[in-house]
Design a protein around this ligand. Structure first.
Ligand SMILES: [Zn+2]
Length: 263
């Protein structure tokens, strides 16, 4: 657990994916808030519990969960928080995700099935013969993906510009589609900090993902347009979904644009 902004702790959670650890951020004060949760694996859960315990908290103490986007390495454990809190407290965990990403959380299994179908469709479209496509589909392990996430039917959704009270001040949602249809950065002007999710990462590029959602809210062009949506906050410290904090966001955004121009 590391602390860069007073009242904000970065908690690194292991994931079963090549990307490595995912960052969750604990914002102390009222309401006790967590940004992203990590995937639903026993290793992730144990790490999260241990790190919260260092601050004398447990899962049931988290009052508000803000989600940067609907990918499994960020949302898988949400249901666990909700269940643990429901056993002890009258007030439920308030779980918030952008409207365009909400379906994945509200009906997780259905989302995974549609997602896998779209992956298989893409493989088939790229010219891989049917038999091989089916083998690949099985290798894509629908059951595995289902096992590392869980629906949260009572999650609430927000839209662009929504704002939330936290212990470090008001945090505003800035919709930055591209990496997912409802990707969101949470901006705290008071602390000059931006929780950038996977929209801006320090030393790896944020990839626009495969999605069965054929809207215009994903893809490279949308992603780069969304970089403009945070350009007025370039002087802020960025706390990303993976790897280290970004202390010079201006330079990082210039580098990301240059990468695109090269492609
Ligand atoms: Zn991620």
């Amino acid at each position: 657990m590391t602390n860069l902004i007073y009242g904000v702790s970065r908690i690194e959670i292991p994931t079963p994916f090549p990307v490595g650890n995912v960052n969750c951020y604990l914002i102390e004060g009222s309401p006790l808030t967590l940004i992203d949760t990590g995937p639903k694996t026993s290793k992730s859960l144990a790490t999260l519990q241990k790190e919260l315990q260092i601050r004398s908290y447990d899962l049931s103490d988290i009052e508000q969960i803000l989600l940067t986007h609907n990918h499994i390495d960020h949302i898988g454990l949400v249901a666990q928080f909700v269940k643990e809190r429901a056993q002890i407290h009258d007030t439920p965990t308030d779980v918030l995700i952008h409207q365009k990403d909400a379906e994945a959380l509200i009906n997780y299994d259905r989302y995974i099935e549609l997602y896998m179908k779209s992956v298989v469709g893409l493989i088939a479209l790229s010219g891989v013969p049917k038999k091989e496509t089916m083998i690949l589909a099985q290798e894509n392990r629908t059951d595995f993906f289902k096992s590392i996430g869980e629906s949260v039917p009572r999650a609430r959704y927000f839209e662009d510009n929504a704002s939330f009270k936290t212990g470090i001040g008001i945090v505003s949602a800035v919709w930055v589609p591209g990496h997912s249809p409802g990707s969101t950065c949470f901006v705290c002007d008071k602390q000059q900090v931006i929780f950038s999710g996977d929209h801006v990462l320090g030393d790896i590029s944020s990839n626009p993902s495969i999605s069965f959602d054929s809207s215009e809210n994903i893809g490279m062009l949308t992603y780069f347009e969304s970089l403009n949506r945070i350009s007025s906050k370039e002087s802020y410290i960025a706390l990303p979904g993976h790897r280290e904090p970004i202390l010079d966001m201006r330079t990082r955004i210039i580098a990301l644009r240059a990468e695109y121009d090269d492609k």
